[in-house]
Design a protein around this ligand. Structure first.
Ligand SMILES: C[S@@+](CC[C@H](N)C(=O)[O-])C[C@H]1O[C@@H](n2cnc3c(N)ncnc32)[C@H](O)[C@@H]1O
Length: 407
């Protein structure tokens, strides 16, 4: 083993030991409420977010890479006909997942103690690979991503969540502070840290994060965020570079409106025309800098150079079937002039991301049933251009996904 291989192995061992002692997220034993949320509508929206160009089905294979305490079990529960595999290096996390498997009789779930860098040893490829909150803890994330890309089916979809740097600036300050003090994730050090953080100056960059994510002040959340042995973050260009290095193509952001300059406040700044002229990946990078507080990026990636499945440039949009995203809702209070409702997505954290709609648009939206195409919804030719523009806006604002399969 070379020195650098030994250094990587030492980091991996530290990370493994950390999650063995501090499984994260904390184990849960009751997924009843979670299961109730996953009705047919939510499943369809989830499917077409990953695969706009494929007809809906529910019998695909999934790998949850670094599945932690409950992620693989949740996937198996919400997709009972899918074949789900969970891998992790933490035996305590896998034990929590096994307990859920037993309790909910998840015969469609297999769990293995295996580092994701060795996913190829499963001897299988997957339609869907999920890896959230893991890659940034690996000693060599590029090698991890290549291993995941290698087990992704040709038409598969990878869902990846990694930390983002600017929104976590406060975390990185306090991580460095903790390192300098030699703090360890022991019960005593964690308790002292919780008390000490309450004395941070109110304008310290960590303070808004503590307010917005109360989980950070729990013992488990705090250890995971501030005392983790290995943690790196990806700016938008760094993430695009990592995907390209693993021969993966950017598909979409899980929630795209925050990354689009035509959505929300940036659209009415004097920079809007300049932003509009940038290529898409530069727009995303600019929005990360403009918004300033993105703490993570969740991206859907595909293998190779698959063409964009959703494109309003030609005429194909007429045959797209819009499917509503369940977290998208209409609000009818304090409406701007001329609006009959304002559409928001409850999972957005930026309050400028709302879409006011008029009465005609409300009628178009009400006709979305997950079966009719945009052309069928728009009806007579007079409305076609307005319908195209409206459905493109709904797409940008994370109100709908599309089934573009025509099947
Ligand atoms: C923050 S938790 C995220 C768990 C899960 N993905 C979720 O979103 O709930 C990170 C997980 O990655 C696991 N992990 C760390 N290094 C790993 C590796 N090389 N291979 C597989 N899992 C790993 C840890 O044991 C831990 O369970």
């Amino acid at each position: 083993m070379t020195d650098s291989e030994a250094a990587l192995a030492a980091v991996a061992a530290k990370v493994g030991a950390f999650y063995e002692a501090h499984p994260y997220p904390p184990a849960v034993d009751d997924l009843d409420g979670y299961a109730r949320k996953w009705d047919e509508g939510r499943r369809r929206a989830d499917f077409h977010l990953l695969w706009p160009d494929q007809p809906y089905r529910d019998d695909f294979s999934v790998l949850a890479a670094g599945c932690g305490t409950s992620q693989a079990a949740k996937i198996a529960l919400r997709w009972p006909r899918a074949r789900v595999t969970g891998i992790d290096v933490s035996a305590s996390s896998l034990a929590a997942s096994e307990a859920l498997k037993r309790r909910y009789q998840l015969d469609n779930l297999q769990l293995h103690a295996l580092p994701l860098e060795r996913a190829g040893e499963l001897g299988q490829s997957f339609d869907h690979v999920v890896c959230t909150g893991v890659l940034h803890h690996l000693p060599d994330p590029d090698a991890g991503l290549r291993a995941l890309a290698a087990v992704l089916e040709a038409a598969g979809a990878l869902q990846l969540m990694v930390y983002a740097p600017y929104g976590r600036a406060g975390i990185y300050l306090i991580q460095d502070y903790c390192r300098r003090l030699g703090l360890e994730p022991t019960a005593a050090d964690v308790l002292d840290l919780i008390v000490s953080l309450k004395a941070l100056p109110p304008d310290h960059p960590l303070v808004p994060m503590l307010r917005k994510s109360p989980d950070l002040l729990t013992r488990e959340g705090l250890a995971d965020a501030l005392l983790n042995p290995q943690d790196r973050a990806y700016s938008v260009p760094q993430l695009q570079g990592a995907l390209a290095a693993a021969d993966l193509a950017f598909g979409r952001w899980q929630r795209q409106a925050p990354y689009l300059p035509q959505c929300g406040a940036p659209a009415s700044t004097p920079h809007a025309p300049r932003l509009a002229r940038l290529p898409a990946h530069e727009q995303y990078a600019a929005m990360e800098l403009f918004r300033g507080t993105m703490a993570r990026h969740t991206v859907v990636a595909w293998r190779g150079d698959r063409p964009a499945a959703v494109d309003f440039g030609g005429q194909a949009w007429r045959e797209y079937v819009p499917v509503r995203i369940p977290d998208a809702i209409a609000v009818r209070d304090n409406l701007p002039p001329g609006a009959v409702a304002v559409l928001i997505n409850r999972t957005h954290t930026y309050t400028d991301l709302y879409l006011p709609i008029d009465a005609d648009q409300e009628r178009l939206l009400a006709a979305v049933d997950g079966r009719r195409t945009i052309a069928e919804i728009a009806g007579g030719s007079g409305q076609a251009d307005a319908a195209r523009d409206f459905f493109e806006q709904l797409w940008n604002y994370d109100q709908v996904v599309f089934d573009t399969s025509g099947g």
